[in-house]
Design a protein around this ligand. Structure first.
Ligand code: C2E
Ligand code: CA
Ligand code: CA
Length: 252
């Protein structure tokens, strides 16, 4: 209960910060973009990771506010990079609550209007489960967001209640293969088959495929061999602050 109370204050009082994890193109080896990942800088408990508070925020009606805060911080950073001629795609995670919220696209449009970076640099990551909560409403929102020029991608692909319908309708630009398959693909043949088949499925539908949870050179090489488009994981970089990211990009 104490954490619940603190979280409300955290969202209101700017205790949320973002770390950024690069996504690297497997062909060109260039950084194609980053994923913004929220952390809670708690005054007493230090840095708290999202797995410990996202569900709490969802249960306590804080998710709409939290997502808009995250989106605003991500947009500000993306805009700053854009003005420095660093054209990076910025991906933000959105929850089922946002996807079901009929005014969410309007809120996103309002925020976009405050910055100069074009909407096509912004990507929203959603899970299959979030779509399946109320597919009709979700699809309506995805269509509106697409219409505004934003990209939508499917996160944790392969772990939720899959529906090929939205993939078929080409409502999404990208699928992200869940890290649970990618992390074990070196040692587990079934995971390797799942990763390979997902890449083929995505490509046959004209979608880009991102692998997350790339932890080794071996996984990187295998994904390259399988024709996967880009990779994200500890092998390249952990999620880091914007300053650390600038250092990382210079060094690499
Ligand atoms: P996700 O969207 O699947 O994000 C990827 C998670 O995998 C991140 O954990 C990242 O640090 C971790 N990861 C990245 N590369 C590797 C790797 O090579 N190996 C391993 N073992 N892990 C890797 P993080 O930052 O703790 O985030 C956890 C989850 O919290 C995210 O999973 C996402 O579902 C949620 N989340 C994070 N930020 C937000 C946000 O702003 N809004 C919402 N709604 N959810 C968020
Ligand atoms: Ca994600
Ligand atoms: Ca994921």
């Amino acid at each position: 209960m104490a954490l619940q109370f603190d979280l409300r204050r955290a969202v209101e009082n700017d205790q949320l910060i973002l770390h950024y994890q690069p996504k690297v193109d497997l062909t060109s080896h260039c950084v194609s973009g980053v994923e913004a990942l929220v952390r809670w800088q708690h005054p007493e408990h230090g840095l708290i990771y999202p797995d410990a508070f996202i569900t709490l925020a969802e249960k306590n009606g804080l998710m709409k506010q939290l997502t808009l805060k995250v989106l605003k911080m991500a947009l500000r950073q993306c805009d700053l990079w854009y003005q420095q001629n660093l054209n990076l795609n910025m991906a933000v995670n959105i929850s089922a609550i946002n996807l079901q919220d009929p005014i969410f696209p309007d809120r996103v449009a309002e925020l976009l209007g405050k910055f100069s970076v074009p909407a096509c640099y912004i990507e929203l990551e959603i899970t299959e489960t979030a779509i399946m909560t109320d597919p009709l409403r979700a699809i309506e929102n995805i269509k509106k967001l697409n219409g505004m020029g934003l990209q939508v991608s499917i996160d944790d692909f392969g772990t939720g209640y899959s529906s090929m319908a939205y993939l078929k309708e080409l409502l999404v630009a990208k699928i992200k293969i869940d890290k649970s398959f990618v992390m074990e693909m070196d040692s587990n043949q079934s995971d390797d088959i799942i990763v390979r088949s997902t890449i083929d499925l995505g490509h046959n539908l004209g979608l880009k495929v991102v692998a997350e949870g790339v932890e080794s050179q071996k996984s990187w090489d295998r994904l390259k061999e399988l024709g996967c488009d880009s990779a994200q994981g500890y092998f390249m970089s952990q999620p880091i602050t914007a300053d650390q990211f600038m250092e990382w990009i210079k060094e690499s």
